[in-house]
Design a protein around this ligand. Structure first.
Ligand SMILES: [Zn+2]
Ligand SMILES: [Zn+2]
Length: 383
């Protein structure tokens, strides 16, 4: 495939200024815009080509690389042998076009059509939002909670029609279509587009005597409450979806869903990491030295645990399957217990004497970490 020369495409000199390039683009885009040539493949291809060229020539860096290396300089995939334009995959013609023309706010660019779905068609109701705060244990074990929320539902007075006597008449402006065709002046001349009818808001019906209960909207806000099952294993910031409990559908469409954001209060002892629980357990230095039977709290209650003689601060032991249940499946996480060793304070004279007596009896083998530290120190200073 022959390389297109972008300057030739734009019909400008190689030394053209930015303003000249922009003007050339404006003129060519007006001439070849697909909206003015419906179904004309040549015009469409030409329009793409113009945009591709403008995308490169309007960008200082890309233009410099193009001048030096040709297309290979501005497209990393160039040379892959694939046919077609190296740019069509990654340029947004609408963006380029709007950046030059400033956007007209009319529909129809980029194929258009289908953007105005009939507003009197059945539509699903929107989702409503609520939240609930539960304790750490409730999250771990599951619970039932009452959720208060606000729901939009069809007005009972007027059965959702918005009219006082329940009767409406066809909109005279759109004849019930909900849409009107309008002509707009654009740089290409007049363009026909479709707009939502502003008289009836797209419903195709007008109300002469609005319902007083809903001010003619056909919809009312209601405070509601619902009991929901919160499953075991839920974590903070997760959202539960309650199907069909959101806002009422429109024109007979289905109701939306209720989203419940779950907040979990922090626990004074336990910390959750995924499905595992972590906690700290303070022991005395005598318990750590001699070993001891200790009581460890878990979400199932207290359990006994035998700590080893010579337990060090920061040692961690694991209680298998004492963690959080896996949400929606079998199995549980584990509980990890990190030891902290408390050094005694406020010692009596007798306690001090006992500790000094212990210290004088201590041997190197009692303090292996300390010994290895001082040996490293000796090596370091060559003593
Ligand atoms: Zn209308
Ligand atoms: Zn009403």
């Amino acid at each position: 495939m022959a390389e297109k020369d972008y300057y030739e495409v734009m019909g400008v000199q190689r030394n053209a200024t930015d303003a000249e390039i922009k003007k050339a683009y404006r003129d060519l885009a007006k001439k070849y815009h697909p909206d003015l040539h419906p179904g004309d493949k040549n015009a469409e291809a030409k329009f793409k080509e113009i945009n591709e060229a403008y995308e490169v020539l309007s960008d200082k860096d890309k233009r410099a690389r193009y001048d030096q290396f040709g297309q290979a300089g501005v497209d990393s995939s160039f040379g892959g042998g694939a046919g077609g334009s190296p740019f069509t995959g990654n340029i947004n013609i609408d963006d380029i076009f709007n950046s030059v023309f400033g956007g007209f706010g009319f529909d129809g660019f980029g194929g258009g059509g289908g953007r105005h779905a009939a507003t009197n068609a059945p539509r699903r109701g929107s989702d409503s939002e609520s939240s609930v705060t539960i304790s750490f244990e409730e999250a771990a074990k599951g619970c039932v909670k009452t959720i208060n929320y606000e729901q939009v539902e069809a007005c009972a007075e007027c059965h959702g029609t918005g009219a006082k006597d329940g009767s409406t008449r066809t909109c005279p402006q759109c004849n019930g279509a909900g849409q009107v065709r309008v002509s707009q002046r654009t740089p290409f001349g007049m363009v026909q587009t479709t707009r939502t009818c502003d008289r009836c808001g797209g419903t195709g019906k007008v109300i002469d005597d609005p319902c007083t209960a809903c001010s003619g909207s056909g919809r009312v806000h209601r405070h509601k409450s619902i009991e929901i099952n919160i499953p075991a294993g839920i974590d903070g910031n997760q959202v539960l979806n309650v199907s069909g409990k959101g806002n009422a559908g429109v024109n007979g469409g289905p109701d939306g869903d209720l989203h419940v954001l779950v907040n979990v209060q922090p626990h004074p002892i336990f910390e959750r990491r995924g499905i595992d629980i972590w906690c700290e357990l303070p022991v005395t230095f005598t318990q750590a030295a001699l070993g001891a039977e200790v009581i460890v709290p878990t979400i199932d209650g207290k359990v006994e645990y035998q700590i080893h003689p010579g337990t060090q601060p920061g040692d961690v032991f694991k209680l298998r399957a004492k963690g959080i249940p896996k949400l929606g499946s079998r199995g549980r996480g584990d509980q990890y217990v990190r030891m902290t060793v408390e050094v005694p304070k406020n010692l009596s004279q007798k306690q001090k004497d006992l500790l000094r007596e212990f210290e004088s009896s201590a041997e190197e083998k009692n303090y292996q970490k300390r010994r290895s530290f001082f040996e490293k120190l000796k090596d370091m200073f060559g003593e």
